[in-house]
Design a protein. Structure first.
Length: 245
C-alpha cells in the first residue's frame, strides 16, 4: 500500500474532515446564496465573496489532520513504519492538499451556480479568463493553503495552538499590519493571503474593485503563494526530523 493510500485512509477514518468539508461548503455557498437573494445585482467576483471563510475552515481541517496524530501518539507508529519522515509528512500534505483542492472546486462552482440560479439575469457568464479564475482558482488557493496549514501543524503539534495561530494570522494579523505607520501597506502587499487574493480577484474589472494590494500579476501571485507553501513544508519537515515524535 502506498503512502498516499495510507494517508487517505487515516484522514477519512476520523469525523473532523467530513464536518470541516460540510462547514466549508455551507459557508461559501451559503454566503453566495444570501448575496444572490438580497443584492440588487451580483457578479462572478462577488459570488465568491465567502471563499476566505471557507478557506479558514479548510486550514483547520488540514491542521487537525496532523495535530490529531501527535495528540493520540499515532505519529510514532507512522514514523516507525516509514522511517523517512519527510516522505510520510509530504504524503500527508499531498493528500490533504488534494482534498482541499476538491473542496475549493465544489465551493467555487457551487457558489457561482447558486448565484446564477437566484439571479439568472445577472452578469454571471464565465466568458473571460479572469472570471474562470474567480471561480476555479479557489481550488488552487485552498490546496496551497492546506499545505501551509499542514506545515504549521507539524511545527506546533497541538491542535488548539495550530488552529488558533492559523486563524488569528489569516483573519486578523495581515489586516493589522496595515496600521503600521509608513511601511504597513508596503508589507501588507507581500503577505501571503493578500497575494493569494490577487490571483483570485485579479486587478478588478466588470464593476468590481480590486480587493488585493499586491503588485504581482495573477499568475505570479499564484507562484508566490505556492512558493510560500513549499518553503513552509520544507522547514516543517526539517523541524520534524530533528526532534522526537
Amino acid at each position: 500500500m502506498t503512502l498516499l493510500a495510507v494517508e487517505r485512509i487515516k484522514l477519512f477514518t476520523t469525523r473532523s474532515p467530513w464536518w470541516c468539508m460540510l462547514v466549508a461548503l455551507v459557508v461559501t455557498i451559503g454566503l453566495a446564496a444570501l448575496m444572490g437573494a438580497t443584492a440588487e445585482s451580483i457578479t462572478v467576483s462577488t459570488s465568491q465573496a465567502g471563499y476566505s471563510f471557507g478557506m479558514a475552515v479548510v486550514m483547520v481541517l488540514a491542521a487537525l489532520a496532523v495535530t490529531t496524530e501527535y495528540r493520540f501518539g499515532t505519529i510514532r507508529t507512522t514514523f516507525q513504519a516509514v522511517p523517512r519522515r519527510g516522505a510520510a509528512l509530504t504524503a500527508k500534505a499531498v493528500v490533504v492538499g488534494l482534498l482541499a483542492t476538491f473542496i475549493g472546486l465544489v465551493a467555487g462552482f457551487g457558489s457561482w451556480a447558486v448565484a446564477t440560479l437566484l439571479q439568472p439575469e445577472g452578469n454571471l457568464a464565465l466568458d473571460t479568463t479572469a472570471k474562470w479564475i474567480n471561480v476555479a482558482g479557489i481550488s488552487l488557493v485552498y490546496g496551497l493553503a492546506a499545505v501551509i496549514a499542514v506545515a504549521v501543524g507539524i511545527v506546533v503539534r497541538q491542535s488548539a495552538g495550530a488552529v488558533s495561530l492559523l486563524l488569528i494570522y489569516m483573519l486578523a494579523v495581515e489586516s493589522l499590519v496595515r496600521v503600521i505607520p509608513d511601511i504597513g501597506d508596503k508589507i501588507y502587499a507581500w503577505l501571503p493571503f493578500n497575494v493569494a487574493d490577487r490571483f483570485i480577484s485579479g486587478s478588478g474589472g466588470n464593476g468590481d474593485p480590486a480587493t488585493s494590494t499586491s503588485p504581482l500579476s495573477p499568475g505570479w501571485a499564484l507562484a508566490y503563494f505556492a512558493g510560500i507553501a513549499v518553503v513552509a513544508m520544507v522547514l516543517a519537515v526539517a523541524v520534524a526530523k530533528k526532534r522526537d515524535a
